[in-house]
Design a protein around this ligand. Sequence first.
Ligand SMILES: Cc1cc2nc3c(=O)[nH]c(=O)nc-3n(C[C@H](O)[C@H](O)[C@H](O)COP(=O)(O)O)c2cc1C
Length: 387
Amino acid sequence: MRMARAAATAPIDVPANMTAPMAVDPCAAPTPPTSAMRPEGAEQRDPRSKSRHLDVCLTEPVDYAKSAGFDAWDFVNDAMSEVSLEHVDLSTTLAGRSMRAPLMIAPMTGGTPEGLALNRRLAAAAQHFGLAMGVGSQRVALERPELANYFHVRDLAPDIPLFANFGAGQLARGWGAAEARRAVAMIGADAIHIHFNAVQEAIQGGDRDFRAIAARLTALCRSLEGDGIPVFAREVGFGMSGDAARRLRACGVAGVDCAGAGGTSWAKVEAFCAVTPQRRALGLTFGEWGTPTARCIVDIRRVLPDVEIIATGGLRSGVDLAKAIALGADVGAMARPMLQRAHEGEAALHAFIESVLAELRVCLFGAGATNLVALRGRLMPAGSGPV
Ligand SMILES: Cc1cc2nc3c(=O)[nH]c(=O)nc-3n(C[C@H](O)[C@H](O)[C@H](O)COP(=O)(O)O)c2cc1C
């Protein structure tokens, strides 16, 4: 049986004017959609489905059994490191904005009071440490604009690279530049993530027809280029091959998030959320589907030497983050580890991020790299194999 979720996270500062004026209960059954807000033929997204995802991700064993692939690599230790630990430079940029460290809080939530509270805690931490952050799919608030306030974090994080988000399923069904502009304006974002999640949708019984996607993504990228809004394509955790990334780049995306296998399995999450035994079985069958994150990074970097790569999926420490960078990612991102700590409270979240950044710093120090560029390639296959 599912564990009861903690009644509430530790108190989170949510300005009164963000909740008080909302006359709607975001967990109530959805109001009838208007066709202007809803892609052709689509069911409107029920905000409660996002709450179920949060619940399951906080209480159920939804990790892949297989590894994200970082354990297949070791850093080459530099026995004569000429680096000062205090002076290693972790700074970088993403989507044209600077960051103090190459770590992103991956898109997860928003659209409900609970999602807002978690996002605001995450955003405040991102601002404090100089990280990037994405909000979860804004589909609910694009369909029901009265929920837009439940995505607001910019006031707490004025300086971070902030990413808007909606799904390729909506794009394939008819959404485009107008919805993307609304999503970006809703949160004051610097860029937008379009998430690709075919296998998750198949298990959910959601969007199952992506035939129009390349043409629609191309039109979106062209249109937003004029506004200076970079479009990033991301998987949600099943991985992205070099070939898929090349085709996405040909559509005009500015960057990709390979979001590979080895961390949170979205097939397992959907199995726990399933309302029928058939869907649960389907989710469990595909629980290990996907390409490990380390492999995705290497494949994508090989075919796209210059594109910005975010690596999500199974990063659980600063050492994993360092390996993702050394393999070719520009920024590493974490979802469930951030969610768990944010749910515990601000102190737990800050302690976790501090430990990740401390581990990353030691990797640079031990590998003899003064900055992230110098860290590239300082790896060898793990194990003692033949020399
Ligand atoms: C509770 C939760 C909700 C998520 N919702 C979204 C979403 O709305 N949009 C999206 O692009 N990815 C979403 N993700 C996927 C994550 O961004 C990430 O790609 C995935 O969980 C793998 O990272 P991890 O192993 O660090 O958890 C969500 C993840 C979690 C844990």
